[in-house]
Design a protein around this ligand. Structure first.
Ligand SMILES: NCc1[nH]cc(CCC(=O)O)c1CC(=O)O
Length: 325
């Protein structure tokens, strides 16, 4: 009889440095919890091969499809995704087995000469391919009485930071979580306050997925789950889904635990903030709602749904570009 406990679990991963770093972190945590060895199986996804054609090969979730196919084909046992890259609809045959404790959800600026966002000169060229970032950065610059030029950029973290190092751009904006996981957090020159820039729904969180049919594996991976992070990202992603917006829409959202001002000892509230804006930052709708920390999945969903309705009532749909709602 084979001893199951010595058979390695196969963790399917994309080949990018960030994916390998994230998968490596989860692999070690799973080894600690299950006592079973975990081996990384690097797959090449279509999204990695032709980033420039992201839109034409389906936009949302393009990086996750091939990993999911490999799991369902039994080629790998489980996978780790950046939660913000996952489509909001979870397929029935795959379990979202764990959402581990979230990294820093904020966006980070890497600027020349150690500059903060407020210190950037009028007309500074700031690289980001994200309409959400462009929208909020342009609005922030306006409020500071200056203009910035947001420049669409693509490529991996090295490529993006390279635009600053070679002088082509004054700054780039990336997720702090990715930089921290790559060991490049020291290059951040400004962590962008969430009062100014709300991150993408789910930013900084990982999703650990496996086939729903593998009950033992689902249960083992569930040990990595952090209920607070799960509730927060559930509210954020529900907001996104209710706006019928995808990962490239100008939508920011962040749910965070909030101490009651009168009784800080009881951290019992979850605050959900959401923003939708035009890319030029001329018009932004930002709202916030606070409720008890969700006791169930449905409570977290309700919080996200409520804020989405309020945003739509304030004209959010009209700000999301070509999308007709
Ligand atoms: N869309 C790409 C992507 N997906 C996840 C991260 C970073 C890690 C995270 O947000 O968890 C990034 C890069 C970035 O936005 O800078």
């Amino acid at each position: 009889m084979t001893d199951q406990s010595t058979v390695p679990l196969r963790l399917g991963t994309r080949r990018s440095k960030l994916a390998m770093a994230q998968s490596g972190l989860v692999a070690r945590a799973v080894e600690r919890i299950t006592g079973r060895p975990v081996e990384l199986v690097a797959l090449t996804t279509h999204g990695d091969v032709s980033r420039e054609h992201l839109a034409s090969i389906g936009g949302t979730g393009v990086f996750v499809t091939e990993l999911r196919d490999a799991m369902l084909a039994g080629e790998v046992d489980f996978a780790v995704h950046s939660l913000k890259d996952l489509p909001t609809q979870q397929p029935a045959d795959l379990a979202l087995a764990a959402v581990p404790v979230r990294e820093d959800p904020r966006d980070a600026l890497i600027a020349r000469d150690g500059l903060t966002f407020e210190q950037l000169p009028d007309g500074a060229r700031v690289g980001t391919g994200s309409p959400r970032r462009a929208s909020q950065l342009n609005a922030w610059a306006r409020s500071l009485g200056k203009r910035i030029e947001t420049v669409p950029i693509r490529g991996n973290v090295d490529t993006r930071i390279g635009f600053v190092r070679d002088g082509e751009l004054d700054a780039v904006v990336l997720a702090a979580a990715g930089l921290n996981r790559l060991g490049r957090g020291a290059e951040i020159t400004d962590l962008l306050a969430t009062d100014a820039v709300l991150p993408a729904p789910g930013q900084g969180a990982l999703a650990v997925e496996c086939p729903a049919s593998r009950a033992d594996l689902v249960a083992a991976l569930a040990e990595l789950d952090d209920p607070h992070t799960r509730a927060a990202v559930t509210a954020e992603r529900t907001l996104l889904a209710e706006l019928e917006a995808g990962c490239s829409a100008p939508v920011g959202a962040l749910a965070d635990l909030h101490a009651d001002a009168d009784d800080p000892a009881t951290v019992t509230e979850l605050r959900l903030r959401g923003v939708v804006g035009t890319t030029d930052g001329a018009t932004l709708v930002q709202l916030s709602t606070t409720g008890p920390v969700p006791a169930s999945h449905d409570d977290a969903v309700a919080l996200g749904r409520e804020l989405a309705r309020e945003l739509l009532a304030k004209g959010a749909a009209g700000l999301m570009g070509e999308r007709e709602l």
